[in-house]
Design a protein around this ligand. Structure first.
Ligand code: GLN
Length: 312
């Protein structure tokens, strides 16, 4: 039996648990999966099959390509077959394999939470860079609040990469909080501070807090825009995490209005927004009268996606 240890995300994978039948090698399972997949060209199906196996091994995408002879155990193969069924039903890749990459983290995700998006990684960058400028790099960043934490992506990144004393992750969905808590437990060793979970709508669970940062990727799709979303989003991701009311601004407007009460002077408000409504969110911050340094920032494809401000 071979002993191969690959390391991804700081987690070592000991392959001694693999069985020995030749039908269970990575190459054989990938061929089986690729024959069962119903989407795309044969090259795309092969790529997707390899990606499913790599993800289930919590390994980088290239892992399957460079380990064709490694034997997979029964539960990995069963999970890979289930993943193919989900993909064949139009489900998103992250739900199919049960995980998503966000910054340096592998997060467990399922249909109870929004799948973390690459653009939200940039929101975390913006917050970390503003916090460094305002509060320095030697710690004492106080409390950060993540409103609508979902899988915990923003909160757990801030806890791991920032110099906060505490991060509070809030969500109205108990289901989402279960996922976020499970991620916090799995990733405990990477937190530099305490992470606390609170249930309630938007800012309601953190009214008693004095925060140096309020961060959120709130639901911001307008009801009328739902039909235009990709089917894998519209039919699979939780509407509660997507829909921001009639004009998409319900949650955003409430956070802008309420965050001023909990932010300390100089504290940061950082929101992800729909690119069509970045100006509207910036105008709301300016007209509120509690904020200064209002700025709109771009995501990696040049879209206006983040609105930032500091509490006067
Ligand atoms: N970025 C998501 C999408 O485009 C929406 C996330 C949200 O509403 N916060 O589908």
């Amino acid at each position: 039996m071979s002993r191969i240890v690959s390391v991804s995300n700081g987690v070592a994978h000991d392959t001694t648990r693999f069985t020995t039948s030749s039908t269970t090698t990575v190459a054989a399972v990938a061929a089986e999966l690729s024959a069962s997949l119903r989407c795309g060209s044969s090259i795309e199906r092969r790529r997707l099959a390899a990606d499913i196996i790599s993800s289930l091994m919590d390994a980088p995408r290239s892992w399957s390509a460079v380990n064709p002879g490694v034997r997979l155990d029964g539960s990995t193969i069963a999970n890979a077959r289930k993943a193919v069924q989900i993909v064949n039903s139009g489900g998103p890749f992250a739900y199919a394999v049960g995980s998503a990459q966000f910054r340096h983290l592998t997060l467990v995700v399922d249909s109870r939470v929004l799948i973390p998006r690459p653009e939200t990684e940039v929101l975390v960058d913006e917050v970390l860079s503003l916090m460094k400028t305002r509060f320095g790099t030697s710690g004492n960043w106080g409390t950060a609040v993540d409103i609508g934490t979902g899988s915990g992506a923003i909160a757990l990144s801030l806890a791991g990469e920032g110099h906060f004393d505490r991060v509070i992750a809030a969500d109205v969905s108990l289901d989402a909080l279960d996922v976020a808590r499970a991620n916090a437990v799995r990733l405990q060793s990477s937190h530099a501070c305490e992470v606390e979970f609170r249930c309630g709508s938007l800012l309601a669970p953190v009214r008693d807090i004095r925060a140096n940062a309020v961060v959120s990727n709130p639901p911001y799709i307008a009801v009328a825009e739902l039909a235009a979303l990709p089917q894998s989003v519209r039919d699979w991701e939780p509407p509660l995490a997507l829909l921001g009311g009639h004009n998409g601004m319900d949650a955003t407007a409430k956070i802008i209005d309420g965050a001023a009460e909990i932010l300390v002077s100089g504290g940061i408000l950082a929101l992800e927004v729909d690119e069509r409504r970045a100006s509207l969110a910036a105008e709301l911050m300016l007209s509120d009268g509690s904020y200064a340094n209002v700025a709109v920032r771009l995501d990696l494809s040049g879209r206006e996606r983040f609105v930032l401000a500091s509490r006067i």
